[in-house]
Design a protein around this ligand. Structure first.
Ligand code: XMP
Length: 515
Protein backbone atom coordinates (compact mmCIF):
# COMPACT_ATOMS: atom_id res chain seq x y z
CA UNK A 1 0.00 0.00 0.00
CA UNK A 2 1.24 3.45 -0.89
CA UNK A 3 2.11 5.57 2.12
CA UNK A 4 -0.35 8.29 3.01
CA UNK A 5 1.04 11.83 2.74
CA UNK A 6 1.41 13.07 6.29
CA UNK A 7 1.99 16.44 7.89
CA UNK A 8 3.22 16.27 11.48
CA UNK A 9 2.14 18.79 14.09
CA UNK A 10 4.75 19.04 16.84
CA UNK A 11 2.92 20.10 19.95
CA UNK A 12 4.59 22.57 22.31
CA UNK A 13 1.60 22.72 24.63
CA UNK A 14 -0.48 25.21 22.66
CA UNK A 15 -4.22 25.23 23.12
CA UNK A 16 -4.85 24.95 19.36
CA UNK A 17 -2.86 21.79 18.60
CA UNK A 18 -5.91 19.79 17.48
CA UNK A 19 -7.28 22.73 15.55
CA UNK A 20 -4.12 22.95 13.43
CA UNK A 21 -4.40 19.26 12.56
CA UNK A 22 -8.09 19.62 11.72
CA UNK A 23 -7.46 22.58 9.46
CA UNK A 24 -4.70 20.75 7.61
CA UNK A 25 -6.97 17.76 7.11
CA UNK A 26 -9.72 20.05 5.86
CA UNK A 27 -7.24 20.98 3.14
CA UNK A 28 -7.20 17.29 2.15
CA UNK A 29 -3.89 16.29 3.72
CA UNK A 30 -3.60 13.81 6.59
CA UNK A 31 -2.05 15.21 9.74
CA UNK A 32 -0.95 13.75 13.07
CA UNK A 33 0.00 15.35 16.37
CA UNK A 34 3.11 14.43 18.37
CA UNK A 35 4.68 15.83 21.49
CA UNK A 36 7.72 18.09 21.07
CA UNK A 37 9.59 15.44 23.06
CA UNK A 38 9.32 12.95 20.20
CA UNK A 39 12.85 11.96 19.07
CA UNK A 40 13.93 13.25 15.71
CA UNK A 41 14.48 9.70 14.49
CA UNK A 42 10.86 8.82 15.17
CA UNK A 43 9.72 11.86 13.26
CA UNK A 44 12.03 11.11 10.37
CA UNK A 45 10.78 7.52 10.23
CA UNK A 46 7.25 8.79 9.64
CA UNK A 47 8.50 10.38 6.45
CA UNK A 48 6.44 13.56 6.86
CA UNK A 49 5.88 15.91 3.93
CA UNK A 50 5.98 18.85 6.30
CA UNK A 51 6.15 19.73 9.99
CA UNK A 52 4.19 22.40 11.86
CA UNK A 53 5.36 23.68 15.24
CA UNK A 54 2.49 24.80 17.46
CA UNK A 55 2.17 27.68 19.85
CA UNK A 56 2.82 27.17 23.54
CA UNK A 57 2.72 28.95 26.87
CA UNK A 58 6.48 29.42 27.32
CA UNK A 59 9.20 31.93 26.50
CA UNK A 60 12.04 30.59 24.37
CA UNK A 61 14.71 32.31 26.47
CA UNK A 62 13.58 30.49 29.62
CA UNK A 63 15.94 27.47 29.82
CA UNK A 64 13.14 25.26 31.18
CA UNK A 65 10.93 25.83 28.13
CA UNK A 66 9.76 23.23 25.66
CA UNK A 67 12.25 23.04 22.85
CA UNK A 68 13.51 20.83 20.03
CA UNK A 69 16.78 20.21 18.29
CA UNK A 70 17.90 22.63 15.58
CA UNK A 71 18.56 19.52 13.44
CA UNK A 72 14.84 19.44 12.82
CA UNK A 73 15.30 22.38 10.45
CA UNK A 74 18.05 20.65 8.50
CA UNK A 75 16.17 17.46 7.60
CA UNK A 76 15.14 18.79 4.24
CA UNK A 77 11.49 18.68 5.34
CA UNK A 78 9.57 21.99 5.19
CA UNK A 79 8.71 23.46 8.59
CA UNK A 80 6.09 26.06 9.53
CA UNK A 81 6.42 27.59 12.99
CA UNK A 82 3.30 29.12 14.52
CA UNK A 83 3.45 31.66 17.38
CA UNK A 84 5.75 30.03 19.99
CA UNK A 85 6.86 27.69 17.21
CA UNK A 86 7.92 30.68 15.11
CA UNK A 87 9.87 32.19 17.99
CA UNK A 88 11.53 28.88 18.69
CA UNK A 89 12.61 28.52 15.08
CA UNK A 90 14.15 32.01 15.13
CA UNK A 91 15.76 31.47 18.52
CA UNK A 92 17.35 28.15 17.54
CA UNK A 93 18.58 29.46 14.20
CA UNK A 94 20.24 32.62 15.50
CA UNK A 95 17.49 35.25 15.55
CA UNK A 96 16.40 37.24 18.58
CA UNK A 97 13.21 36.92 20.64
CA UNK A 98 12.36 39.39 23.37
CA UNK A 99 9.53 40.39 25.63
CA UNK A 100 7.37 42.81 23.62
CA UNK A 101 6.89 46.32 25.01
CA UNK A 102 3.18 45.72 24.58
CA UNK A 103 1.30 42.45 24.47
CA UNK A 104 -0.40 42.01 21.09
CA UNK A 105 -3.72 40.25 21.44
CA UNK A 106 -6.77 39.90 19.22
CA UNK A 107 -7.66 40.53 15.60
CA UNK A 108 -4.87 42.50 14.00
CA UNK A 109 -4.19 43.91 10.56
CA UNK A 110 -1.17 42.20 9.06
CA UNK A 111 0.67 43.43 5.96
CA UNK A 112 1.95 40.45 4.00
CA UNK A 113 4.31 39.96 1.09
CA UNK A 114 2.17 38.21 -1.48
CA UNK A 115 5.27 37.13 -3.41
CA UNK A 116 5.88 34.51 -0.72
CA UNK A 117 4.52 31.02 -1.44
CA UNK A 118 2.86 31.12 1.97
CA UNK A 119 0.82 34.19 1.13
CA UNK A 120 -0.12 33.55 -2.48
CA UNK A 121 -3.59 34.84 -3.18
CA UNK A 122 -3.80 36.31 0.31
CA UNK A 123 -4.80 39.99 0.45
CA UNK A 124 -1.84 42.32 1.05
CA UNK A 125 -3.57 43.54 4.21
CA UNK A 126 -5.35 40.76 6.05
CA UNK A 127 -6.85 40.23 9.50
CA UNK A 128 -5.02 37.69 11.68
CA UNK A 129 -5.34 36.51 15.25
CA UNK A 130 -2.44 37.53 17.44
CA UNK A 131 -1.77 36.37 20.97
CA UNK A 132 1.78 36.89 22.19
CA UNK A 133 3.86 38.49 24.91
CA UNK A 134 7.23 37.86 23.25
CA UNK A 135 8.12 38.98 19.77
CA UNK A 136 10.79 38.33 17.20
CA UNK A 137 12.96 41.43 17.33
CA UNK A 138 15.39 40.09 14.76
CA UNK A 139 14.92 37.35 12.18
CA UNK A 140 17.53 34.60 12.03
CA UNK A 141 20.29 34.94 9.40
CA UNK A 142 19.13 33.86 5.95
CA UNK A 143 15.47 34.66 6.68
CA UNK A 144 13.44 37.34 4.98
CA UNK A 145 10.63 39.20 6.73
CA UNK A 146 7.40 38.59 4.81
CA UNK A 147 4.82 40.17 7.13
CA UNK A 148 4.56 42.86 9.80
CA UNK A 149 1.93 44.71 11.80
CA UNK A 150 1.86 48.22 13.24
CA UNK A 151 3.36 46.87 16.47
CA UNK A 152 5.22 43.80 15.37
CA UNK A 153 8.11 44.27 12.92
CA UNK A 154 8.44 40.53 12.24
CA UNK A 155 5.04 38.89 11.92
CA UNK A 156 6.25 36.26 9.43
CA UNK A 157 9.57 35.14 7.93
CA UNK A 158 10.75 32.71 5.30
CA UNK A 159 13.84 30.94 4.07
CA UNK A 160 12.25 29.38 0.98
CA UNK A 161 15.40 27.59 -0.18
CA UNK A 162 15.30 25.59 3.07
CA UNK A 163 11.50 25.29 3.15
CA UNK A 164 11.33 27.15 6.47
CA UNK A 165 8.45 29.48 7.31
CA UNK A 166 7.29 31.07 10.53
CA UNK A 167 4.26 33.15 11.46
CA UNK A 168 3.69 35.00 14.72
CA UNK A 169 -0.11 34.85 14.37
CA UNK A 170 -2.45 31.84 14.45
CA UNK A 171 -3.56 30.78 10.94
CA UNK A 172 -5.57 27.88 12.42
CA UNK A 173 -8.20 29.96 14.23
CA UNK A 174 -11.17 31.28 12.32
CA UNK A 175 -10.45 34.86 13.41
CA UNK A 176 -7.54 34.73 10.97
CA UNK A 177 -9.62 35.41 7.91
CA UNK A 178 -7.35 33.77 5.34
CA UNK A 179 -5.71 31.28 7.69
CA UNK A 180 -6.95 28.21 5.84
CA UNK A 181 -5.55 29.58 2.60
CA UNK A 182 -2.16 30.08 4.28
CA UNK A 183 -2.16 26.52 5.64
CA UNK A 184 -3.24 25.25 2.26
CA UNK A 185 -0.39 27.19 0.63
CA UNK A 186 2.02 25.60 3.09
CA UNK A 187 0.91 22.01 2.48
CA UNK A 188 0.43 22.28 -1.29
CA UNK A 189 2.84 24.97 -2.49
CA UNK A 190 5.65 24.56 0.03
CA UNK A 191 5.39 20.87 0.94
CA UNK A 192 4.19 19.78 -2.50
CA UNK A 193 1.39 17.57 -1.21
CA UNK A 194 -1.12 16.17 -3.69
CA UNK A 195 -4.03 16.01 -1.20
CA UNK A 196 -4.85 12.32 -0.81
CA UNK A 197 -6.88 12.57 2.42
CA UNK A 198 -10.44 11.95 1.30
CA UNK A 199 -13.20 10.32 3.30
CA UNK A 200 -14.43 8.07 0.51
CA UNK A 201 -11.04 6.49 -0.01
CA UNK A 202 -10.44 6.30 3.75
CA UNK A 203 -13.69 4.39 4.21
CA UNK A 204 -12.97 2.11 1.27
CA UNK A 205 -9.43 1.40 2.44
CA UNK A 206 -10.51 0.82 6.05
CA UNK A 207 -13.11 -1.72 4.98
CA UNK A 208 -10.50 -3.62 2.99
CA UNK A 209 -8.01 -3.50 5.86
CA UNK A 210 -10.58 -4.75 8.36
CA UNK A 211 -11.60 -7.55 6.04
CA UNK A 212 -7.99 -8.63 5.59
CA UNK A 213 -7.32 -8.50 9.31
CA UNK A 214 -10.45 -10.22 10.57
CA UNK A 215 -10.47 -13.02 7.99
CA UNK A 216 -13.26 -15.28 9.14
CA UNK A 217 -12.95 -14.27 12.80
CA UNK A 218 -15.81 -13.22 15.04
CA UNK A 219 -16.28 -9.58 16.00
CA UNK A 220 -18.21 -8.03 18.87
CA UNK A 221 -19.29 -4.41 19.16
CA UNK A 222 -21.01 -2.55 22.01
CA UNK A 223 -23.38 -0.20 20.25
CA UNK A 224 -24.63 2.84 22.14
CA UNK A 225 -26.43 4.56 19.28
CA UNK A 226 -23.97 7.46 19.50
CA UNK A 227 -22.12 8.68 16.42
CA UNK A 228 -18.81 6.93 17.06
CA UNK A 229 -20.06 3.46 17.90
CA UNK A 230 -22.63 3.62 15.08
CA UNK A 231 -20.08 4.57 12.44
CA UNK A 232 -17.64 1.95 13.72
CA UNK A 233 -20.39 -0.69 13.66
CA UNK A 234 -21.43 0.10 10.10
CA UNK A 235 -17.86 0.02 8.90
CA UNK A 236 -17.43 -3.41 10.44
CA UNK A 237 -20.76 -4.58 9.06
CA UNK A 238 -19.70 -3.57 5.55
CA UNK A 239 -16.40 -5.34 6.02
CA UNK A 240 -17.42 -8.63 7.61
CA UNK A 241 -21.25 -8.75 7.64
CA UNK A 242 -22.60 -11.47 9.87
CA UNK A 243 -19.31 -12.20 11.52
CA UNK A 244 -20.17 -9.05 13.49
CA UNK A 245 -22.50 -9.03 16.47
CA UNK A 246 -23.63 -5.69 17.87
CA UNK A 247 -24.98 -5.62 21.39
CA UNK A 248 -27.16 -2.64 22.21
CA UNK A 249 -28.00 -2.29 25.88
CA UNK A 250 -31.13 -0.23 26.42
CA UNK A 251 -30.69 1.01 29.97
CA UNK A 252 -33.99 2.87 29.96
CA UNK A 253 -32.21 6.21 30.23
CA UNK A 254 -32.21 7.09 26.56
CA UNK A 255 -34.12 9.94 24.99
CA UNK A 256 -37.70 9.37 23.86
CA UNK A 257 -37.95 6.62 21.22
CA UNK A 258 -34.19 6.42 20.86
CA UNK A 259 -33.94 2.70 21.51
CA UNK A 260 -36.40 2.03 18.70
CA UNK A 261 -34.52 4.37 16.38
CA UNK A 262 -31.29 2.48 16.95
CA UNK A 263 -33.09 -0.79 16.36
CA UNK A 264 -34.63 0.55 13.15
CA UNK A 265 -31.18 1.22 11.74
CA UNK A 266 -29.21 -1.75 13.04
CA UNK A 267 -31.94 -4.33 13.62
CA UNK A 268 -33.26 -6.94 11.19
CA UNK A 269 -35.47 -4.40 9.40
CA UNK A 270 -32.52 -2.07 8.82
CA UNK A 271 -30.25 -1.87 5.78
CA UNK A 272 -27.21 -3.63 7.25
CA UNK A 273 -26.32 -7.27 7.37
CA UNK A 274 -25.16 -8.02 10.91
CA UNK A 275 -26.27 -9.74 14.09
CA UNK A 276 -28.06 -7.27 16.30
CA UNK A 277 -28.95 -7.95 19.91
CA UNK A 278 -31.03 -5.45 21.83
CA UNK A 279 -31.06 -6.04 25.54
CA UNK A 280 -34.03 -4.43 27.21
CA UNK A 281 -32.47 -3.98 30.60
CA UNK A 282 -34.50 -0.96 31.68
CA UNK A 283 -35.94 -2.52 34.82
CA UNK A 284 -32.57 -3.83 35.99
CA UNK A 285 -31.15 -0.31 35.85
CA UNK A 286 -34.17 1.27 37.54
CA UNK A 287 -33.98 -1.28 40.35
CA UNK A 288 -30.30 -0.61 40.94
CA UNK A 289 -30.80 3.15 40.84
CA UNK A 290 -33.78 3.21 43.18
CA UNK A 291 -33.24 5.70 46.02
CA UNK A 292 -29.72 6.66 44.86
CA UNK A 293 -29.27 10.39 44.69
CA UNK A 294 -25.54 10.96 44.59
CA UNK A 295 -24.39 11.83 41.04
CA UNK A 296 -21.16 9.86 41.13
CA UNK A 297 -22.85 6.85 42.72
CA UNK A 298 -25.47 6.92 39.96
CA UNK A 299 -22.74 7.02 37.30
CA UNK A 300 -20.91 4.16 38.96
CA UNK A 301 -24.02 2.00 39.24
CA UNK A 302 -24.86 2.54 35.59
CA UNK A 303 -21.30 1.85 34.46
CA UNK A 304 -21.12 -1.36 36.45
CA UNK A 305 -24.53 -2.62 35.48
CA UNK A 306 -23.73 -1.89 31.86
CA UNK A 307 -20.66 -4.07 32.04
CA UNK A 308 -22.61 -6.82 33.77
CA UNK A 309 -25.33 -6.86 31.12
CA UNK A 310 -22.82 -6.74 28.33
CA UNK A 311 -20.76 -9.49 29.88
CA UNK A 312 -23.80 -11.77 30.11
CA UNK A 313 -24.51 -11.26 26.42
CA UNK A 314 -20.87 -11.73 25.49
CA UNK A 315 -20.83 -15.04 27.36
CA UNK A 316 -23.77 -16.26 25.30
CA UNK A 317 -21.84 -15.52 22.13
CA UNK A 318 -18.72 -17.25 23.45
CA UNK A 319 -15.18 -16.43 22.53
CA UNK A 320 -14.80 -13.67 19.99
CA UNK A 321 -11.68 -12.72 18.11
CA UNK A 322 -12.08 -8.97 18.03
CA UNK A 323 -13.76 -6.30 20.11
CA UNK A 324 -14.65 -3.05 18.32
CA UNK A 325 -14.15 0.27 20.06
CA UNK A 326 -15.21 3.67 18.78
CA UNK A 327 -12.07 5.48 19.98
CA UNK A 328 -11.49 8.66 17.98
CA UNK A 329 -8.37 10.77 17.44
CA UNK A 330 -9.03 13.37 20.17
CA UNK A 331 -9.25 10.47 22.67
CA UNK A 332 -5.85 9.32 21.49
CA UNK A 333 -4.35 12.81 21.74
CA UNK A 334 -6.00 13.62 25.06
CA UNK A 335 -4.93 10.40 26.68
CA UNK A 336 -1.39 11.65 26.22
CA UNK A 337 -0.44 9.34 23.37
CA UNK A 338 -0.44 12.04 20.77
CA UNK A 339 0.22 15.61 21.72
CA UNK A 340 1.45 17.45 24.73
CA UNK A 341 -1.64 18.89 26.39
CA UNK A 342 -3.13 15.94 28.20
CA UNK A 343 -6.68 16.30 29.40
CA UNK A 344 -7.96 14.11 32.15
CA UNK A 345 -11.17 12.49 31.05
CA UNK A 346 -13.61 11.49 33.65
CA UNK A 347 -16.34 10.09 31.44
CA UNK A 348 -16.22 6.79 29.70
CA UNK A 349 -19.25 5.33 28.06
CA UNK A 350 -18.13 1.73 28.03
CA UNK A 351 -15.21 1.97 30.40
CA UNK A 352 -13.51 -1.25 31.27
CA UNK A 353 -15.23 -3.42 28.69
CA UNK A 354 -12.05 -5.08 27.43
CA UNK A 355 -11.49 -6.64 30.86
CA UNK A 356 -14.78 -8.45 30.70
CA UNK A 357 -14.79 -9.95 27.26
CA UNK A 358 -12.75 -12.86 26.05
CA UNK A 359 -11.14 -11.61 22.88
CA UNK A 360 -7.87 -11.55 21.01
CA UNK A 361 -7.51 -7.99 19.85
CA UNK A 362 -9.23 -4.60 19.79
CA UNK A 363 -10.21 -2.98 16.51
CA UNK A 364 -10.49 0.80 16.53
CA UNK A 365 -11.48 1.80 13.01
CA UNK A 366 -11.95 5.50 13.86
CA UNK A 367 -8.74 5.96 15.79
CA UNK A 368 -7.30 8.38 13.22
CA UNK A 369 -10.40 10.55 12.81
CA UNK A 370 -11.61 13.80 14.27
CA UNK A 371 -15.30 14.02 15.16
CA UNK A 372 -16.28 15.90 11.99
CA UNK A 373 -14.43 13.26 9.98
CA UNK A 374 -16.30 10.49 11.80
CA UNK A 375 -19.53 12.19 10.73
CA UNK A 376 -18.27 12.47 7.16
CA UNK A 377 -17.35 8.77 7.20
CA UNK A 378 -20.84 7.99 8.53
CA UNK A 379 -22.41 9.87 5.63
CA UNK A 380 -20.11 8.05 3.24
CA UNK A 381 -21.36 4.77 4.73
CA UNK A 382 -24.97 5.82 4.22
CA UNK A 383 -25.98 6.29 7.85
CA UNK A 384 -29.10 8.45 8.32
CA UNK A 385 -28.43 12.14 8.95
CA UNK A 386 -30.26 12.07 12.31
CA UNK A 387 -27.71 9.56 13.57
CA UNK A 388 -24.66 11.16 11.99
CA UNK A 389 -25.44 14.68 13.19
CA UNK A 390 -26.50 13.54 16.63
CA UNK A 391 -25.58 15.71 19.63
CA UNK A 392 -23.31 14.27 22.27
CA UNK A 393 -25.28 12.30 24.81
CA UNK A 394 -23.81 11.16 28.13
CA UNK A 395 -23.25 7.45 28.69
CA UNK A 396 -25.32 7.45 31.91
CA UNK A 397 -28.06 9.09 29.85
CA UNK A 398 -30.99 10.82 31.45
CA UNK A 399 -29.81 9.73 34.89
CA UNK A 400 -27.53 12.80 34.92
CA UNK A 401 -30.43 14.97 33.73
CA UNK A 402 -32.65 13.98 36.61
CA UNK A 403 -31.39 15.61 39.77
CA UNK A 404 -31.60 13.19 42.68
CA UNK A 405 -33.04 9.70 42.61
CA UNK A 406 -34.22 8.25 39.29
CA UNK A 407 -37.68 6.74 38.95
CA UNK A 408 -39.36 5.46 35.78
CA UNK A 409 -41.93 8.29 36.10
CA UNK A 410 -39.21 10.91 36.24
CA UNK A 411 -37.54 9.35 33.22
CA UNK A 412 -40.80 9.65 31.30
CA UNK A 413 -41.23 13.26 32.40
CA UNK A 414 -37.80 14.28 31.20
CA UNK A 415 -38.16 12.27 27.99
CA UNK A 416 -41.43 14.01 27.12
CA UNK A 417 -40.17 17.49 28.00
CA UNK A 418 -36.96 16.93 26.05
CA UNK A 419 -38.82 15.67 22.99
CA UNK A 420 -41.03 18.78 23.02
CA UNK A 421 -37.99 21.04 23.32
CA UNK A 422 -36.22 19.34 20.43
CA UNK A 423 -39.33 19.35 18.28
CA UNK A 424 -39.85 23.09 18.79
CA UNK A 425 -36.18 23.87 18.18
CA UNK A 426 -36.64 22.19 14.80
CA UNK A 427 -39.97 23.96 14.15
CA UNK A 428 -38.26 27.30 14.77
CA UNK A 429 -35.46 26.37 12.38
CA UNK A 430 -32.99 26.26 15.26
CA UNK A 431 -32.17 22.55 15.29
CA UNK A 432 -28.49 23.37 14.74
CA UNK A 433 -28.38 26.62 16.69
CA UNK A 434 -26.67 25.10 19.73
CA UNK A 435 -23.97 22.49 20.24
CA UNK A 436 -26.10 20.66 22.76
CA UNK A 437 -29.58 21.27 24.12
CA UNK A 438 -31.91 19.29 26.32
CA UNK A 439 -34.43 19.32 29.13
CA UNK A 440 -33.52 18.27 32.65
CA UNK A 441 -35.73 17.52 35.60
CA UNK A 442 -34.84 19.51 38.68
CA UNK A 443 -35.63 17.96 42.01
CA UNK A 444 -37.48 21.10 42.99
CA UNK A 445 -41.20 20.99 43.58
CA UNK A 446 -43.12 24.19 43.99
CA UNK A 447 -46.62 25.50 44.29
CA UNK A 448 -48.61 26.28 41.19
CA UNK A 449 -52.18 26.58 40.06
CA UNK A 450 -53.86 24.64 37.31
CA UNK A 451 -57.50 25.56 36.59
CA UNK A 452 -58.83 26.11 40.10
CA UNK A 453 -56.53 23.53 41.63
CA UNK A 454 -53.43 24.12 43.67
CA UNK A 455 -50.53 22.00 42.42
CA UNK A 456 -47.26 21.00 44.01
CA UNK A 457 -45.17 19.75 41.12
CA UNK A 458 -41.76 19.61 39.49
CA UNK A 459 -39.75 22.21 37.59
CA UNK A 460 -38.16 21.33 34.26
CA UNK A 461 -35.00 23.19 33.27
CA UNK A 462 -34.14 23.81 29.64
CA UNK A 463 -30.51 24.15 28.64
CA UNK A 464 -28.88 25.07 25.33
CA UNK A 465 -25.17 25.71 25.07
CA UNK A 466 -22.72 26.62 22.39
CA UNK A 467 -19.20 25.32 22.65
CA UNK A 468 -16.36 24.21 20.45
CA UNK A 469 -14.74 21.74 22.82
CA UNK A 470 -17.26 21.06 25.63
CA UNK A 471 -14.63 22.18 28.15
CA UNK A 472 -16.12 25.66 28.31
CA UNK A 473 -19.54 26.68 27.04
CA UNK A 474 -21.93 29.57 26.85
CA UNK A 475 -25.66 29.54 27.31
CA UNK A 476 -27.40 30.27 23.99
CA UNK A 477 -29.86 33.18 23.79
CA UNK A 478 -32.96 31.46 22.47
CA UNK A 479 -35.91 33.53 21.20
CA UNK A 480 -38.45 34.30 23.90
CA UNK A 481 -41.22 33.17 21.57
CA UNK A 482 -39.66 29.71 21.31
CA UNK A 483 -39.17 29.45 25.07
CA UNK A 484 -42.78 30.52 25.57
CA UNK A 485 -44.06 27.88 23.17
CA UNK A 486 -41.95 25.12 24.73
CA UNK A 487 -43.01 26.17 28.23
CA UNK A 488 -46.68 26.12 27.46
CA UNK A 489 -46.44 22.76 25.71
CA UNK A 490 -44.46 21.18 28.55
CA UNK A 491 -46.76 22.31 31.34
CA UNK A 492 -49.78 21.26 29.33
CA UNK A 493 -48.52 17.96 27.98
CA UNK A 494 -46.25 16.60 30.70
CA UNK A 495 -48.06 15.59 33.88
CA UNK A 496 -46.60 16.83 37.17
CA UNK A 497 -44.58 19.67 35.70
CA UNK A 498 -45.81 23.13 36.67
CA UNK A 499 -42.74 25.28 36.01
CA UNK A 500 -40.18 25.61 33.21
CA UNK A 501 -36.89 27.40 33.81
CA UNK A 502 -34.14 28.36 31.38
CA UNK A 503 -30.54 27.88 32.45
CA UNK A 504 -28.52 31.01 31.63
CA UNK A 505 -25.30 29.78 33.21
CA UNK A 506 -22.10 29.21 31.30
CA UNK A 507 -19.47 26.57 31.95
CA UNK A 508 -17.69 27.44 34.16
CA UNK A 509 -19.12 27.87 36.71
CA UNK A 510 -21.86 25.34 35.85
CA UNK A 511 -21.25 22.15 33.90
CA UNK A 512 -23.26 21.34 30.80
CA UNK A 513 -25.10 18.44 32.40
CA UNK A 514 -26.85 18.96 35.72
CA UNK A 515 -25.02 16.18 37.47
P1 XMP B 1 -20.19 18.49 31.54
O1 XMP B 1 -21.49 18.20 32.19
O2 XMP B 1 -19.02 17.82 32.21
O3 XMP B 1 -20.29 17.83 30.09
O4 XMP B 1 -19.97 19.95 31.31
C1 XMP B 1 -19.34 17.96 29.07
C2 XMP B 1 -19.75 17.02 27.95
O5 XMP B 1 -19.62 15.66 28.40
C3 XMP B 1 -20.87 15.01 28.39
N1 XMP B 1 -20.96 14.21 29.63
C4 XMP B 1 -20.80 12.89 29.69
N2 XMP B 1 -20.54 12.00 28.72
N3 XMP B 1 -20.55 10.26 30.32
C5 XMP B 1 -20.44 10.68 29.04
O6 XMP B 1 -20.24 9.85 28.18
C6 XMP B 1 -20.80 11.10 31.36
O7 XMP B 1 -20.89 10.70 32.51
C7 XMP B 1 -20.93 12.49 31.01
N4 XMP B 1 -21.16 13.61 31.75
C8 XMP B 1 -21.18 14.65 30.87
C9 XMP B 1 -21.92 16.10 28.33
O8 XMP B 1 -23.11 15.64 27.70
C10 XMP B 1 -21.20 17.17 27.53
O9 XMP B 1 -21.30 16.93 26.15
Amino acid sequence: MQQRETIIVLDFGGQYNQLIARRVRECGVYCEIYSYRTPLETIRAKNPRGIILTGGPNSVYDPASATCTADLFAMGVPVLGICYGSQLMMHLLGGRVERAPEREYGKTEVYVDTESLLFQEVNPTTICWMSHNDYISQAAPGFKVIAHTDHCPVAAVEAPDKGLYAVQFHPEVLHTQQGSLMLSNFVYKVCGCAGDWKMDSFVEQSIQNIRAKVGNGKVLCALSGGVDSSVAAVMLAKAVGRQLTCVFVDHGLLRKDEGDQVEAVFGPEGPYDLNFIRVNAQQRFYDKLAGQDDPETKRKIIGEEFIRVFEEEAKKIGRVDYLVQGTIYPDVVESGLGGESAVIKSHHNVGGLPDYVDFKEIIEPLRDLFKDEVRAAGRELGLPEALVARQPFPGPGLAVRIIGAVTPEKVRMVQEADAIFREEMANFGLANAASQYFAALTNMRSVGVMGDERTYDYAVALRAVSTSDFMTAESVQLPWELLGKVTSRIVNEVPHVNRVLYDCTGKPPATIEFE
